[in-house]
Design a protein around this ligand. Structure first.
Ligand code: 5CA
Ligand code: ZN
Length: 420
């Protein structure tokens, strides 16, 4: 699928320390390159949108976070391969389409287009591989066929709707040297069961070997879209296998970083990794990086709760995207936080001050400030500290020659994606 237009990312002289990120799986900060090969190629998979509603600040915060990671790697001179999916067929999308009386494909197409415009406005570098679930069905079918043949997947009898043969993943039977239940999330079983039921799983489906076993292939139902599935029969894919297959088709194994919001730690990233390990005995990713949940005035922002602050609405109201991005950078990516009008007003004020001060920046202080920004970003993407460094400089710098102005503007654009 077409992604969106790439911004120009300026190259800035100097070098940054190797980026360390917090890895959910090990519970520690991990270097994202070997110490002796800071500029090794890097690869990243970030879970994309389910296109049934417009981009809210939670999505934006997550994609901007991984954009910071991407920019930090580029600044290290690394070649980056980036894949993002689109869950363009799944229950929430189909349910919304039915409820609003629109065709599910039209709904997806409109929302994907709006997402592209939002990402472009927010100066987010697009992925090289932007792939929809629908496009990946023919990659995924042979994988599920292999799992079935190895008895790591199995069929269940008909449920109330009378449809036979949905295919599930045998979680406990699939544990091997590359993956064990809890490998990614480190959650205990009770926590897993809670999140599984909350986030699209069906623990009570009869005929499953274990309540946590996730769906791999759903047989065709009347009124639901379906695809030819070879030995699987006609149907549509489960959610985790989609990301697992798209990632492995487009990136090396294991790739450097798997990314998404913390709502994806379990079951989604746990089982994406499980499917990969069951299919080819490899770890899916080297590090699993998760962003905190963004809320609105204290509640989680979600499409289903309907308490959304939309990027497109703010843009339409004339808010500068650079100010929206400055709000997103003002909060550490791992914390849960709430969007407020006050944060936006503060960011707008900051942007105005920075613009004014950068015009007169001296060369030595611009160079010193860039070094500070680089070291803060290398330490688990500490964007709030990087912004504070800019504030501090802006508050104390004397009116200079302006010789450092271009360097500083380019550095802030390159590293933070803020085009001032
Ligand atoms: N299509 C799946 C991933 S394969 C999905 O979760 N789609 S989504 O549209 O619900 O979310 C898109 C991305 O935004 C995911 O990475 C998700 O973890 C993240 N996200 C969703 N809500 C929030 C929120 N309130 N705060 C921060 N990130 C969020
Ligand atoms: Zn995903």
């Amino acid at each position: 699928m077409l992604a969106w237009k790439s911004p120009q990312v300026p190259h800035v002289v100097g070098s940054a320390p190797i980026l360390e990120v917090f890895d959910t799986s090990s519970g520690t900060k991990q270097a994202t390159a070997p110490a002796d090969k800071a500029n090794a190629p890097a690869s990243m998979y970030v879970c994309g949108i389910t296109p049934y509603d417009a981009t809210h600040m939670g999505h934006a915060a997550t994609y901007v976070t991984f954009d910071l990671l991407h920019r930090t790697w580029l600044d290290n001179g690394r070649e980056v391969t980036y894949t993002q999916n689109i869950t363009d067929v799944d229950d929430p999308l189909l349910e919304r389409a039915t409820a609003t009386g629109v065709d599910w494909q039209d709904l997806a197409e409109d929302q994907i287009q709006l997402f592209r415009e939002d990402m472009e406005a927010l100066n987010v570098i697009p992925p090289q591989h932007y792939i929809g679930a629908v496009e990946s069905v023919h990659w995924l079918v042979p994988v599920v066929e292999r799992l079935l043949a190895a008895d790591l997947a199995y069929r269940v009898p008909a449920d109330a709707d009378g449809v036979e043969g949905d295919i599930y993943f045998d979680t406990l039977g699939s544990e091997n040297g590359a993956w064990k239940l809890g490998q990614v999330s480190n959650y205990d079983r009770e926590t897993m069961l809670g999140f599984f039921a909350e986030r699209g799983g069906d623990p009570d489906r009869t005929g499953k070997r274990d309540p946590l076993d996730p769906l791999l292939w759903r047989m065709a139902r009347e009124g639901e879209p379906s695809w030819e599935g070879g030995e699987l029969g006609t149907g549509r894919p489960g959610w985790h296998i989609e990301c697992s297959v798209i990632a492995r088709r487009t990136l090396p194994a294991p790739f450097t970083v798997q990314g998404g919001g913390s709502d994806l730690i379990f079951p989604h990233h746990e089982f994406s990794a499980a499917h990969a390990a069951a299919d080819d005995q490899t770890a899916l990713a080297q590090a699993y990086v998760h962003t905190g949940m963004v809320g609105l005035d204290g509640e989680k922002m979600s499409k289903s709760l309907g308490n959304l602050v939309l990027v497109s609405k703010l843009r339409a109201a004339g808010v500068e995207p650079v100010a929206i991005r400055a709000v997103l950078l003002s909060q550490h990516y791992r914390t849960n936080w709430s969007w407020t009008g006050q944060l936006l007003a503060q960011a707008q004020e900051r942007v105005a001050i920075w613009r004014e001060r950068i015009a007169g920046a001296g060369l030595a202080e611009a160079t010193a400030l860039l070094t500070r920004i680089r070291s803060r970003m290398a330490d688990d993407l500490n964007a709030p500290a990087a912004l504070e460094a800019i504030d501090q400089w802006a508050a104390t710098a004397s009116e200079g020659s302006g010789e450092g102005s271009e360097l500083l503007a380019r550095g802030i654009d390159s590293l933070l994606g803020l085009k001032l």
